[in-house]
Design a protein around this ligand. Structure first.
Ligand SMILES: Nc1ncnc2c1ncn2[C@@H]1O[C@H](COP(=O)(O)OP(=O)(O)O)[C@@H](O)[C@H]1O
Ligand SMILES: Cc1cn([C@H]2C[C@H](O)[C@@H](COP(=O)(O)O)O2)c(=O)[nH]c1=O
Ligand SMILES: [Zn+2]
Length: 199
């Protein structure tokens, strides 16, 4: 892991498909910060109520206390004055304003750890993750195991029928797949995702 600088803030992004271990890694970093006697606060979007209304919970049931918020700006007025580390899970569910919020925190000298999906169910970049990755100091990409072929999986296959980008769910609604086994359901009016370069 990185040798982190002292006395300045920075942004860490943990991205990847569903089940790749983003939340476990967020919890691991938060716990290590607590061991280091840092004052830590964790936030998640209220819409993510899958395993708990407020705690951040991984698919493997690792858990950390958090505050569920509607909008990213709420972090500003829920932040304790002595907080040094901010963790944010499911960051893809916040609007583009989360980028300015996270940047403001890092500029104030906080360490900000953001975990989120980099691709939606069709394999498209899941905004605001690309923007967050661009302005962050550190990006970690996690991979799951493809449930079809066993290769490393960077995509999330939706296995329930919906053309909405946001559909909260876990096993039973999504499964991790590699690029070969993932099938992007084309939404009406969108161009094909890939070019056929070879016969
Ligand atoms: N196909 C899979 N590949 C990898 N991990 C899986 C898979 N299915 C279930 N898991 C479980 O999911 C855990 C990761 O959960 P989590 O950190 O919540 O992932 P994410 O936040 O990326 O969705 C793994 O440690 C493992 O216990
Ligand atoms: C691919 C995809 C996922 N979602 C939802 C499904 C889950 O509620 C979260 C991702 O959770 P995880 O911690 O990464 O497992 O996002 C969605 O709304 N839209 C999608 O395209
Ligand atoms: Zn596969």
């Amino acid at each position: 892991m990185h040798q982190f600088p002292k006395d300045i803030g920075w942004i860490e992004v943990i991205c990847g498909s569903m089940f790749s271990g983003k939340t476990e890694e967020l919890i691991r970093r938060v716990q290590r910060a607590v061991y280091g006697k840092q004052k830590v606060q964790v936030f998640k979007p209220r819409i993510d109520n899958r395993y708990d209304e407020s705690a951040v919970v991984s698919h493997s049931q690792h858990k950390v206390l958090s505050t569920a918020i509607e909008r990213a700006e709420e972090i500003f007025y829920r932040l304790a004055p002595d907080t040094q580390v901010v963790g944010i899970d499911e960051v893809q569910f916040f609007g583009s304003e989360v980028v300015a919020v996270v940047e403001a925190l890092a500029n104030k000298g906080l360490r900000v750890i953001c975990a989120g999906l980099d691709q939606d169910y069709q394999g498209r970049p899941f905004e605001p993750m690309p923007q967050l990755m661009a302005v962050s100091e550190y990006v970690t990409k996690e991979l799951a195991i493809c449930v079809v072929c066993g290769n490393p999986a960077n995509r999330s296959q939706r296995i329930v029928s919906s053309g909405e980008r946001v559909v909260v769910g876990a096993a039973g609604a999504y499964e991790p797949r590699c690029r070969k086994c993932h099938v992007a359901e084309p939404a009406e009016g969108t161009p094909p995702q890939t070019l056929e370069l070879f016969d």
